[in-house]
Design a protein around this ligand. Structure first.
Ligand SMILES: [Zn+2]
Length: 153
């Protein structure tokens, strides 16, 4: 059965820079709102731990946008991004379920699970940070620090 795991995923455009980050998470069993359901959200702020806007549900058959978001009555409806959200989800789902056989993958789209910074262990969702496994702050500190402590090899 094709599905996608819980986690944080970054969809990356062929230029390797443009991206959108999504999170899929199961609601706690005692949650008042949709207990036990797997909710999907879009990263809509700067903090990749907390700045997400929830808009729908992940099921075994697909990623569904709530009607209130689709028809604009939800306060979260801005995540539709002028109608682009359904297309992004289609690409996300297609790459997650078909891997390198996905027609979007073959056109250069990529889907990366989040990584953690090898220096400070914070979550990384930016394409460049995922590639280098180091977050921007730690990368800047490294540049200042140099690497002069490395022995000759
Ligand atoms: Zn770091």
């Amino acid at each position: 059965m094709a599905t996608i795991a819980n986690g944080t995923f970054t969809l990356i455009w062929p230029d390797g820079d443009r991206h959108k980050t999504f999170k899929i998470k199961t609601q706690k069993a005692d949650s008042k709102f949709m207990p036990g359901k797997r909710l999907i959200s879009l990263m809509t702020g700067r903090d990749n731990e907390s700045d997400y806007t929830t808009f729908g549900e992940a099921t075994d058959s697909g990623l569904n946008i709530w009607h209130s978001v689709l028809n604009g009555t939800s306060k979260n409806a801005y995540v539709m991004n002028d109608g682009k959200l359904p297309i992004w989800l289609q690409v996300l789902w297609d790459i997650a379920t078909n891997g390198d056989q996905s027609r979007y993958f073959q056109k250069g789209m990529r889907l990366e699970a989040s990584e953690t910074c090898i220096v400070c262990n914070r979550k990384l969702t930016n394409p460049e940070s995922i590639r280098t496994k180091v977050g921007p702050e730690c990368a800047a500190r490294r540049r200042i620090g140099g690497g002069h402590f490395l022995p000759q090899i």
